[in-house]
Structures are given as C-alpha cells and as structure tokens.
Design a binder for this molecule. Sequence first.
Ligand SMILES: [Zn+2]
Length: 407
Amino acid sequence: MERTILITIIVILAGTYLLEVLLSVLNLRNSRKPMPAEIGDLYTPDKRTRQLQYQRTNIRFGILTNTIGLAFSLLMVCGGFAWLNNGLLSFTAVPLWHTLLFFVAYLALSNLVDLPASIYDTFYIEAKFGFNTTTPWTFAKDTVISFLLSLLMQCVLMTVLVLGWQWQPDWLWLSAWVVVSIIMVFLNLFYPKLIVPLFNKQTPLPEGELREAIEAFARKADFKVENIYVMDSSKRSTKANAYFTGFGKRKRIVLYDTLIAQLTTDEIVAVLSHEIGHEKHRHTLRALGSSLMKMLLLFVLLGVILRYDVFAAAIGCYPTFVSKFIVFMILYQPVSMILSVAGNVFSRRHEYQADAFAKEHGMGRQLVSSLKKMTVNDLGNPLPHPLTVFLTYSHPTLAERIRHLES
Ligand SMILES: [Zn+2]
C-alpha cells in the first residue's frame, strides 16, 4: 500500500510537469500559424517578431523553472519531508507546534528555491523587453512582505485544521470549513483595505476630463464613482490592467495608472464598463461562493486521508498531522486541476457577459481597441493553443472576444 501511494505521488508530480511541457510545446507550434482575421493587423511585423521572442523566452524559462520545481518536489517526497518531519519531532511532539515549525521551515525553503527565478524574471526577462520598473528595493520589500503574509495565512489555516482535528476528527470538515469560510469572506471584504496597501497606493480618481467621462458613464450604468480607484502599479511594471473586487458596500474598481497612461479616455471608460459588467452580474460573489464549495470538498477529503497513517509512511514519515496533510495536498492536485478547469469555463463565460454589458452600453468598439492596445503593449500571445485556453485561460482569447464584441 505504501509503495502504491508513493508511486501515485510521483506519477502525479511527473504528470503535472509533463502536461505543462506539452502545453508549452503546443503553444510554440501554434505561434507559427497565420493570425486570425479579427486581429490580422494587431502587430506590425517588427512588433510581432519581438512578441515571438518574448513568448519563446518565457516558454523556455517556464520549462526551466518547472524542471527545478519538479526536482525540488521529488527531493522532498523522497526523503526531504521525512527528514524535516522526523527531525522536528525531536524538538516537539505537540501536533500544533510541530505543524507550525514544519511549515515555517518548508515555506522558507521553497521560497528560497524560487527566489533566483523570480529575480531573473523581473530583472532580466521583463527588463530586457522593457516592462520592468521595479527597483531592487521594491523587489526586496515585496519578497519579504509576501513571504510573511503567506506564512501568516498558512499558520492560521494549519492552526484551524490541527485544533479542529484534535477537537473532533469526524467533524473536521465542518469546523474547519466554517472558520475558514468566515476568514475568506472577511479577506474578500477587506482585501483592498488591508492587503493591497502593503504593496500599492490606491487613490480616488482625480478631478479632470477622465473623471467627468467616467462620471457620465457611471450615472448611465448606475454605479457609484466613489468606488473607483487608481493604483500606482507603474512602480513595478509597464503592463496595464483593471479589476473589480469585493461586494456590497465594499465593492471597488481599481484602474492601474499604467492603463490610464496607455489608453484614450474613451478606451478607459470602455474597460471600466467591462468591470462594471462584472459587478452587475455579481461575478465576484459567485467566485467566492464557488471557492467556498471547493474548500468544503477539500476538507471532506482531507478528513478521510488523515485517518490513515499509511499516507505518512508512504513518504518515510512518522505519522504526524502535517506529514499526512502534505501527502494529501499532492494527491489532491488532480482534483484541484479538474476544478480549476471547470472554474475557467465559468470565468470565460463571465468575461463574455462583462463584454456584452460594455457593448450594450455603447462601448463595444472602444473596448475592442483598448483590448488590442493592451495586448500589443504587453506583447500578449495572440495565438494560444486551444488546449491551453481550455485548461488554463480564465479569459477568452483576444480574437474570440473581438469576434463576440463585433458580432
Ligand atoms: Zn473581466
């Protein structure tokens, strides 16, 4: 049994890796196809060459980082986790402390393994193609803050799980789900106020031509302008974006300052109308609902695995809470992937709905030109392979969106 579990773990890790490599190869091949008619004029020949260089660099780099990631995971599974788990037992056998120590060590180690790739990506690849504006100081600050933040979240989650398990193993799925759901709703509501300020400044939309145009549109669409913010994302990258977050009184639309710099007033209003479309269709609320459901499934399955010590033994660990949790998280990967593919199907549908909202409000043509501009500025891939789109894209491709907007 132990052997079967170990083999399953290795097959899952290797399978995920091979799938990623396969998608990379398919994308490379697909990029040689002629451009669809809708976006035939998107790139000038020079820009297209640059876009292909950027795409190829990223694909090669992605394969390299995935290979490092696979090697690290295999090392951990074939001895690393056992060394950490069994070694820490000599410090403490109290499940909560043992689990928290384990996670502090593991997160520090895996962040350290990822760090060189992250530095190379920001200061070499992104810089080479003219996107990077991050200073080493900002990068260092971001790295430390995100590490501490993920550590905090992970420790809170593990505390909830260990205490829930010790209290009533049979009801772990419910106790953990209730507590984690409350935390998630809270984070969803206060994310812009608590988390975003650790990384970015958000300011209300300043007076001027843009604000007037937005106010005029917001009135038409029945949306409060006080909920629109500008974020100083230009301190990291020239890439542009906008997003909608929260619900009820806490909803807000965030426009990147880079978006405002690159697009015309009409185009910005079009992007905004798309985001308002998300709000009108309650997409964030639905996304939150579906993550809560996914969490429930995860806790139910976790409760089952935690009963059997054989899952810890499979990777050479003395049966502890955390070793079984780690094995569970690997075994859960295929389930998580299927759920994420299903989630992407819905997410792409939501994007079409938000686009349709913009179109109904007379912003279709402007939205098309803003999407084109953003893709070109970001050297976005205009020809992703259909399998990549199906499995991993939360947004439809540019050509598909334009086809819908112009139909
Ligand atoms: Zn959208």
